[in-house]
Design a protein around this ligand. Structure first.
Ligand SMILES: *Cc1c(COP(=O)(O)O)cnc(C)c1O
Length: 475
């Protein structure tokens, strides 16, 4: 009888053979896996053991051998434990954003404030009045939530919350213009991210796009000449993620408002970010204020909940009551509506605005951090790392730029201080990859031969974990 390797122990190795592998049962009898099965249940450990053994069988068939392979064979229970951890690992997890991009589209855009997160927890873990009128003791509507705060903050007659701004634009166009024409300036036929393109959304809404003007110059007369019996609405789009400079022209909002009124056509403005407070002190003067657009006479505005507003992913439609009501009655609204968790997070975020507590909205707090404040933390991090690493990497702090991101404020940046890391004998790409494997993963900027850490987007309570990840990756 050939002797099989005892699990967890080295045996004399004569090159791998299929019959040298233990059976699943033998493997599961090892002390380590017995304990693991008590913790996470036998079915999961069994599945992982089968997977590991199948992998090894495949490798043996292909004639694999060598020290790495032997080491796996010698540590089978550890391999299975690793596989179980992998199976149980969550796909979506927190990361440390050390890029300095405040509204990072790939990293979840706006982080929620504590009040908003608490609101989500309370509403999500208990029953709520999501669709119940507490006054009447009867069935109520979910779309009343957040309305009170939105109407007040925006000076709107009514408002409606959907899944994201793309949904808001789709719903507004479908409701108000299906089967008719929508007039848009050529300079505003934008693409956001990979999949939001005004012409595509327009087609899906059932409205026909009527382009007017040229890429760089469109005048009010261009709009006026395009109007006909089929025209249903005028659409203005904020070109959020690029800037047109030089020989350009765009009618004033007031001219469009006047044209819409004269021809009895609603004017809808897709604002993108939906800034609620004046941040021109932070250099965000080019971002339109949602309330200013409605104040100027725009009939409906649409914007995102998780860009400069700093709340959950959502799309907001606000403006004239009659038009908002039509959107609400559209059967598409049922398909685009949001969950109770979104209402909870949005209401708590909006309440922070009403109270003037902008420090409670993380995105706004991070945008307002000064380079001096960030520099102090960067110096402290540099000093602490230098003490431990004793020369394994060159560390310095220098001036740099953070960006707002999220398809807003193109070409504008916020002054910051960066921790610059040049590791010895390790490429910046390798260091960045190591940092992404940390717990929690750390995402940094890589520039030429250096790794850049921008603490603007690293929360203070993450700084210890960041330092530990850097120490580990550099050692
Ligand atoms: C970001 C943006 C959108 C899409 O918003 P989402 O909330 O990501 O769906 C639409 N229009 C403009 C102008 C934008 O900036």
């Amino acid at each position: 009888m050939p002797t099989k390797p005892q699990t967890g122990k080295r045996t004399v190795w004569r090159g791998p053979r299929l019959r040298d592998l233990p059976s699943v049962d033998e493997l599961l009898r090892s002390e380590r896996l017995r304990r693991l099965a008590e913790e996470v249940g036998r079915p999961l450990v069994l599945a992982a053991a089968r997977q590991v053994l199948a992998g090894l069988r495949e490798q043996i068939r292909r004639g694999r051998s060598g020290p790495e392979f032997e080491s796996v064979l010698a540590h089978l229970p550890e391999e299975v434990t690793g596989e179980v951890r992998e199976l149980l690992g969550l796909s979506l997890q927190p990361v440390i954003n050390a890029t300095g991009v405040v509204l990072h589209t790939n990293l979840g855009r706006a982080p929620l404030g504590r009040e908003a997160a608490r609101g989500v927890f309370e509403v999500a873990t208990q029953y709520s009045n999501l669709e119940f009128d507490l006054g009447k003791g009867a069935r109520g509507r979910r779309d009343v939530h957040a309305g009170k705060f939105l109407d007040r903050l925006l000076g709107a007659e009514a408002s409606l919350v959907v899944n994201n701004n793309a949904a808001a634009v789709l719903l507004a166009l479908n409701t108000l213009a299906e089967g008719g024409e929508v007039v848009v300036s050529r300079g505003e036929l934008i693409e956001i991210g990979e999949s939001f393109r005004i012409p595509d959304i327009m087609a899906r809404s059932g409205a026909v796009l009527r382009e007017v003007g040229t890429t760089n110059r469109t005048r009010i007369g261009d709009y006026a000449r395009a109007l006909n019996k089929q025209t249903r609405l005028l659409l203005r789009v904020h070109p959020s993620n690029f800037r047109l400079e030089g020989f350009t022209a765009r009618p004033a909002l007031e001219e469009l408002v006047a044209l819409g009124r004269r021809r009895r056509l609603p004017l809808v403005e897709d604002l993108g970010s939906g800034l609620l407070v004046d941040l021109s002190g932070q250099g965000l003067a080019q971002e339109p204020l949602a309330a200013a657009s409605l104040g100027a006479g725009v009939d409906l505005v649409t914007f995102s909940g998780d860009k400069l507003l700093g709340g959950p992913q959502a799309g907001i439609i606000a403006g004239k009551k009659k038009l908002v009501e039509r959107c609400r009655r559209n059967p598409l609204f049922r398909a685009l509506r949001v969950d109770k968790m979104t209402y909870a997070a949005l209401e708590a975020t909006l309440r922070s605005y009403l109270r003037g507590g902008l420090e409670d909205v993380p995105a706004l707090r991070l945008i307002r951090l000064t380079a001096a404040e960030i520099g102090e933390r960067a110096e402290a991090l540099r000093a602490s790392l230098e003490k431990d690493l004793a020369g394994g990497a060159a560390l310095s702090v220098r001036a740099g730029q953070s960006v707002v991101g999220g398809g807003s404020t193109p070409g504008y940046s916020l002054p910051t201080k960066l921790l610059v890391i040049a590791a010895q004998g390790m490429s910046p790409a390798e260091l960045a990859a190591r940092l992404r494997r940390a717990h929690p993963p750390v995402v940094v900027r890589v520039e030429a031969d250096r790794v850049l850490v921008d603490l603007r987007t690293v929360f203070e309570d993450q700084q210890t974990a960041l330092a530990a990840a850097l120490r580990q990756a550099l050692s």
